[in-house]
Design a protein around this ligand. Sequence first.
Ligand SMILES: [Mg+2]
Length: 402
Amino acid sequence: MSDNHCLSIIHLDLDAFFASVEQRDNPAYRGKPLIVGGVSGADRKDGKTNRGVVCAASYEARKYGVHAGMPIWEARQKCHQGIFIPSQMKKYLEASNYFFQICSTFTPLIEPLSIDELFLDVSGCESLFGSSEIIGRKIKERVYQEIGLKVSVGIAENKFLAKIATNLGKPDGFYLIPSKDRQKILYPLPVSALWGIGKKTEELLKKSGIYQVEQLAKMPDAILDDLLGKNGTKIKLLAQGIDNSPVTPASEAKSMSKETTFLTNIAEKAILLKELLKISQAVGYMARKEGYKARTITLKIRFQDFTTLNKSKTLENSTHLDNIIFKVILELLDKVNLKKGGVRLLGIKLSNLTSGNEIKQLKILRDEEDKKGDKLEQLTQSLDEIRDKFGSKAITRASLLR
Ligand SMILES: [Mg+2]
């Protein structure tokens, strides 16, 4: 137990969650390539559907290259022998609640990442339940016995390393990264293993001959700043295995959203834009009032044939500013084919919310460029004050009045 006593962060992730629930409930699906997702209704001669995307694929299906987010038609091409079934959200939510309940018997310090994934901070729980390793084993055992699902467990000194540990152990994993091993484990990984490095940044780094975490960890700050801008410092720290972000328990509000349903179907883009600006302002105002910032912004569109699209973007820095929300919404709208006909409903959702404290810590990392953002922040604040006094109708942007 020498140096492992400071490994107090546990990351847990249910394996192939939706697919595993279905395989648990139906023996005929076990050991088979099972694909959950798609849209109900038939658009093929054989009575099946090609529409929608894969929500989850069993490990047997993943062997064929099927993964979540892939269009159903593509999954059918890759995996002819696959069993395709629609999702049953109610069942998954039940299992998810049970999973969170089991975890909460060990500590209230739980940060949910998604329906099947969370962080626990068990520092201070040792005298009650034993080491993080013992707690991790207990949770894993209980989840299997009580819910019939396999959960992968990662344990380390911080959130970033704990999540890396889970991914290294998957599926049905139990992986611990002792502090003394963090470089040995982290350095050979591809740069994409680091938070904040998406496809674009990965390409950029590749062009400079940077492929592995080790290269970033040892890179001089000046070069890194040139390459990655204001995120350079944060990313270098991660590359060295350093992450000081606390496990932040979810507030009651996991997301905030606003929707508008039209009386008649709207096809004119100008009207849709006007409405989206209004909703951006409403949802931004709501977030500011409640003291939240969001990292993920989702645009929801329902067409006259009742097909509904959700497009999301996750930002590097969270926001509660109308302008930024609206800018992201415009980007997302660009990806939507509006030729599908009239729109019945528009909505914007803010999720991945953080409360005030964490935001202040992040601010320290911000540089000159963001001073512009601060001005916007001040302006928004004064507008909010007017809104508070005279109601939301008092403030409308020029384009709304036209
Ligand atoms: Mg999972």
